[in-house]
Design a protein around this ligand. Structure first.
Ligand code: HEC
Ligand code: HEC
Ligand code: HEC
Ligand code: HEC
Ligand code: HEC
Length: 251
């Protein structure tokens, strides 16, 4: 009995200690006054990584339990807190979690045999700790940062392809989101206005569309852009058919 009580006591102590042990990188950086540091913190705070519980030390290493800067930054071992996010290391750092994307990216000209100073990394296109995904209105500018020197026709066409692909991929995501909303609306109704069989067909189409969107977004990182537009058009089409099926009064 004593053992059980001791165990319970230790258990409670342990959980309350781990509550107290919040991520100290975040605790300290959230109150830094320096303008640059504030800006960096805010970028993470608004990022998809913050929402997903990916912390500073997941990309930078360091000791997230230490409340002292030097110990936190170097783990007492003289580690450089920026080593893992430098251009020659950052692809592998991000790829530690986004493995499928890293594997595709490794097949790309952007990765192979290229001077690290000239090549884009995950960090270049996703804006380091922002984790931002650029939209079709801005993507040309991102690519032109490096591809502007060339007036080769195939590169020009490539950029048009990229914009088109991005635009369709965004439209597909929108169609799928609308179709899903329409289904959840049907679920709230006492009497459905769309046939059960049409709803389940729409669900299948949505799931096919989502698979294509996801596969394309990963495969995109090969930067072999020829086949992407046609498969993303298919994803968009599937989403639109699902929406049509879900419109009330359709025969
Ligand atoms: C007690 C406060 C404190 C803690 C804890 C802390 N930092 Fe810092 N950090 C700072 C300050 C202050 C700076 C500004 C530069 C300096 O003074 O070294 C900084 C700078 C940085 C930089 C930029 C370094 C550079 O050379 O520009 C990174 C990256 C960083 N911190 C990451 C982390 C990570 C990751 C953790 C947790 C493992 C962490 N910090 C924990 C206070 C802290
Ligand atoms: C998803 C990965 C990721 C996460 C999470 C992340 N960072 Fe970073 N951070 C980066 C990358 C990549 C850079 C760009 C580094 C470079 O250019 O050398 C960077 C740059 C910085 C810089 C600027 C360094 C400089 O000198 O330009 C600071 C400061 C920093 N991070 C602090 C933090 C803090 C504090 C957190 C948590 C609140 C955090 N980072 C979370 C990836 C991340
Ligand atoms: C510790 C694991 C981890 C690391 C390291 C990491 N990520 Fe992430 N990342 C995630 C998770 C989890 C999500 C949210 C779920 C998702 O969308 O996959 C995410 C989301 C993203 C998104 C948004 C995806 C979307 O669909 O909106 C981008 C872009 C991204 N990460 C890029 C990066 C980049 C660039 C780096 C390196 C600088 C990086 N990640 C490092 C785990 C990680
Ligand atoms: C040359 C620019 C570029 C580089 C380099 C790049 N990305 Fe991307 N990434 C993009 C674009 C643009 C998209 C959006 C694709 C789409 O809409 O289908 C994207 C999409 C993503 C997504 C979202 C995938 C999804 O399921 O929706 C993640 C996560 C991501 N990239 C992570 C990475 C990682 C990790 C690396 C490095 C290994 C990397 N990216 C390298 C431009 C780039
Ligand atoms: C940081 C610079 C940089 C950025 C940003 C960049 N690229 Fe590149 N890209 C290069 C370099 C350098 C090459 C290699 C050229 C070579 O091998 O001759 C390349 C090669 C390519 C190739 C292969 C061309 C071939 O002949 O096989 C494609 C496709 C490509 N980039 C597309 C893009 C797209 C799309 C974007 C924007 C989302 C982009 N790049 C952004 C630097 C960049």
């Amino acid at each position: 009995m004593k053992k059980v009580i001791l165990f319970l006591f230790l258990f409670i102590m342990n959980t309350s200690v781990s509550f107290a042990l919040e991520n100290q990188c975040v605790t300290c950086h959230s109150v830094l006054k320096d303008e640059k540091q504030k800006k960096m913190y805010l970028k993470w705070q608004l990022s998809p990584h913050q929402k997903a519980g990916v912390y500073c030390n997941d990309c930078h290493d360091g000791d997230p339990h230490s409340m002292k800067k030097d110990q936190a930054h170097s783990e007492g071992k003289g580690v450089d807190i920026l080593a893992k996010t430098k251009p020659d290391k950052v692809n592998e750092t991000c790829g530690g979690c986004h493995l499928d994307i890293l594997e595709e990216f490794q097949k790309s000209r952007h990765y192979k045999n290229m001077d690290v100073k000239k090549r884009p990394t995950c960090s270049t296109c996703h804006y380091s700790l922002e984790g931002r995904i650029i939209d079709h209105n801005h993507i040309r500018k991102l690519c032109l940062d490096c591809h502007q020197m060339s007036v080769k026709e195939d590169e020009f066409l490539m950029l048009l392809n990229v914009e088109e692909y991005k635009e369709i991929s965004e439209k597909s995501r929108k169609s799928v989101a609308i179709a899903k909303k329409m289904i959840s609306y049907q679920e709230t109704l006492k009497i459905k206005t769309v046939k059960e069989s049409d709803i389940s067909l729409a669900e299948e189409l949505i799931s096919l569309s989502e698979d294509i969107i996801h596969e394309d977004a990963i495969r995109w990182h090969q930067f072999d852009l020829h086949n992407l537009s046609s498969s993303s058009r298919k994803a968009y089409y599937l989403g639109q058919v699902a929406i049509d099926l879900l419109l009330p009064g359709k025969k």
